[in-house]
Design a protein around this ligand. Structure first.
Ligand SMILES: NC(=O)c1ccc[n+]([C@@H]2O[C@H](COP(=O)([O-])OP(=O)(O)OC[C@H]3O[C@@H](n4cnc5c(N)ncnc54)[C@H](OP(=O)(O)O)[C@@H]3O)[C@@H](O)[C@H]2O)c1
Length: 386
């Protein structure tokens, strides 16, 4: 069978590309890539394989140039006769930014993008399955401190922490409007962070937030809230396995679930031994982030609670050339902290039952092995483009 894959240069998409390329059922993988030329696209794809020494087969991996955010993207695909024999679409590309300044482009890429893909998919003579990589966090911010089941979403009435999750919810709604259920597979990962194998993770997506908290050490979040986190290898293996399995459902959480969820405190405890020279982690109530911002602006009133933590204030003065820089980090970190306090655990019993997989290793266990990579993360670059 032939697969059309979007997002193959990304964190999850790269892992999916490598895993799919190893399946004997797969003939061609057409990879949508943003690139200036076919040669440039091939270099980008080859890099995906080179990272961990996987074999790149140019007969099997075929680049397709394109940008899903373009208005006439479906026409670009329609005019390409080579990809007409696609049997499976795996749509992993997305703009995953949480920052308000990117809201317009997030909508364009994530909503118009899937709309254009759907239009094209309807013209394919041999389409079997449209796999949409959604996100479990479309359940909205009203859902707190409990287990969430697949059937609760998509619910257009919920409120979202960031525009990104709204656009991912809209993607599911559009898919349901245009394609029959039996032709869709919606997978909803929880938080994908790092890799459970002891090697360089493909991307520092989300790990950025861990390193930022690691740098600040005083973390304005409830450290005991449940966090549902999975490693990218588990996410990719699960999705590929579901694709080739006889499925009982059309929607699946790809999550740690009740048996393997973690907490911010457990994660920080796990990485703490790797940074013995830093002040100990201290979790404080989330509203203190506003005081941290004011302190960074030199505008914090004398009586403010934050002054009860002089060790951290002195430490910050020491690590930032200009404490004002801390505001950039705090602004980017804030939505992550909001998600981290929701306490959402995503039920994964459908996934475990249909794939036969074991529950994944909890994040605080595998992230302890990855702590050595945190120092590679440029937190300021990540704050601008996390
Ligand atoms: N990471 C998580 O925690 C998480 C959790 C739940 C769900 N998901 C979902 O998983 C999927 C993959 O996420 P990820 O973490 O792998 O993100 P990522 O590393 O940021 O990768 C995004 C991919 O989308 C591509 N892309 C972005 N805009 C595009 C455009 N306009 N045209 C064509 N391609 C475009 C990127 O291409 P370039 O390389 O050219 O930028 C990249 O290949 C997304 O659908 C996301 O919503 C992720």
């Amino acid at each position: 069978m032939n697969i059309f894959l979007t997002g193959s240069t990304g964190f999850l998409g790269g892992e999916l590309l490598v895993d799919l390329s190893k399946r004997k059922e797969v003939n061609k993988i057409y990879c949508l890539v943003r690139a200036l030329s076919e040669e440039h696209a091939t270099i980008r794809l080859k890099h995906v394989f080179d990272l961990h020494g996987d074999v790149f087969d140019p007969e099997k991996i075929i680049p397709v140039l394109g940008n899903i955010g373009e208005h006439d993207f479906s026409h670009v695909l329609l005019s390409n006769k080579i990809i007409r024999d696609t049997n499976i679409i795996v749509h992993s590309a997305a703009n995953t930014s949480f920052s308000k300044i990117y809201d317009k482009i997030v909508e364009q890429v994530n909503i118009s993008g899937i709309n254009e893909l759907i239009k094209w998919s309807l013209t394919l003579p041999n389409l079997e399955t449209f796999v949409y990589i959604g996100t479990a966090t479309i359940c909205g911010k009203e859902v707190t401190n409990r287990i969430v089941k697949e059937d609760e979403s998509p619910n257009p009435k919920v409120h979202h922490v960031v525009k990104y999750t709204y656009t991912k919810m809209m993607g599911e709604i559009l898919l349901a409007q245009h394609l029959p259920k039996e032709k869709t597979l919606i997978v909803r990962p929880s938080i994908i962070m790092g890799d459970s194998r002891d090697w360089l993770p493909r991307s520092y997506v989300i790990l950025w937030a861990i390193e930022t908290a690691n740098m600040l050490r005083l973390v304005p979040v409830n450290g005991d809230s449940a966090l549902d986190v999975v490693p990218v290898d588990f996410a990719s293996n699960s999705i590929v396995s579901l694709l080739f399995t006889k499925r009982k459902h059309s929607v699946y959480h790809i999550s740690a679930g009740q048996a393997s969820y973690t907490t911010s405190k457990r994660v920080m405890d796990a990485i703490e031994p790797s940074f013995p020279h830093l002040p100990p982690f201290k979790f404080v109530p989330k509203p203190l982030i506003n005081q941290m911002k004011l302190w960074a602006k030199n505008k914090l009133p004398q009586e403010a609670e934050l002054y009860q933590y002089p060790t951290y204030l002195d430490y910050w003065k020491g690590i930032f050339d200009d404490v004002n820089q801390m505001r950039i980090l705090l602004a980017a970190l804030e939505p992550y902290l909001e998600f981290a306090e929701l306490g959402q655990i995503f039920d994964n019993s459908r996934l475990l039952s249909d794939t036969g997989f074991q529950t994944p290793e909890p994040a605080h266990i595998y992230l302890a092995r990855s702590a050595k990579y945190l120092k590679n993360i440029d937190v300021f670059a990540g704050a601008v483009d996390p």
